[in-house]
Design a protein around this ligand. Sequence first.
Ligand code: ADP
Ligand code: X2W
Length: 292
Amino acid sequence: MPSSSSVGLLIEALPYIRKFQGKTFVIKYGGNAMVDPALKDGFARDIVLMKLVGMNPVVVHGGGPQIGRLLSRIGKESQFVQGMRVTDQETMDVVEMVLGGLVNKEIVHLINRHGGKAVGLSGKDGAMIKARKLALHAVPGEGLPSEIIDIGHVGEVTGINAELVSLLDGGDFIPVIAPIGIGDDGATYNINADLVAGSLAATLSAEKLLLLTNTAGVLGADGQLMARVDAAHVERLVAEGVIHGGMLPKVRCALDAVAAGVGSAHIVDGRVAHAVLLEVLTDDGVGTLIHA
Ligand SMILES: Nc1ncnc2c1ncn2[C@@H]1O[C@H](COP(=O)(O)OP(=O)(O)O)[C@@H](O)[C@H]1O
Ligand SMILES: CC(=O)N[C@@H](CCC(=O)OP(=O)(O)O)C(=O)O
């Protein structure tokens, strides 16, 4: 017998389930949030439940730590500039193997084991993610000499062909996407998963963009969680160095997504059990809301 408190939770979820019928949610599952087997199971069940009650979850995954582990096994150090992995040709091969292979299939398998119908794709499938070489600009105070920094085969999204994603959504499938892009020149690009999630959310006019990571959300100068933050405040925190590293692409893509019409963007603590459902189906959101 469910207790009255679990019935209360279901009743709390009801208006959200009605409001979000048929709506698309882009959920970025960061490599740092894929730590504990119970949490991973919880994530998969959240996604399956969303689909069963009529929403369209689209998963974009990272896998930075998993890439780093394989690189170190072949004797290669990981190096990051502004949260982006410096990617030579050998690193690009490892990135494609780990993201398109291991991590993608692990998530697909998890979702399917919990009763979903997940299909794994990389940006090469259906020519989905078009990219060009990222022009990374030096941030003041970083001590780097040139205006534009060359970090190798790192890409930025130039276009998304979401036809395949829409087809899968319509057919009851759950797309699980690895952030690999293709250039006009045929080159393969390593793209930060946050940036792919943001662009995909904008292309699909998503209701929400959720970025699951390993912090409570965006922390301010005092180290406290910020419940909401806007564009001007983000730029101040970046200039002060309070937002740095892996949080930079997150806040930037979240701002771009809301500016492009995505309903809302949230940076969410993936270490909290069922963080996705807590954000989507309850009155108290978790993490930081990024608004224009
Ligand atoms: N202001 C900030 N608030 C929270 N985290 C921050 C902030 N600035 C930098 N970070 C860093 O960003 C990290 C999240 O980015 P990243 O490691 O790339 O995660 P993911 O693998 O989930 O994409 C945090 O663990 C933290 O170290
Ligand atoms: C260019 C770049 O940095 N690409 C990332 C792609 C994976 C990713 O984004 O993983 P997380 O979300 O787990 O950090 C990388 O090589 O690590």
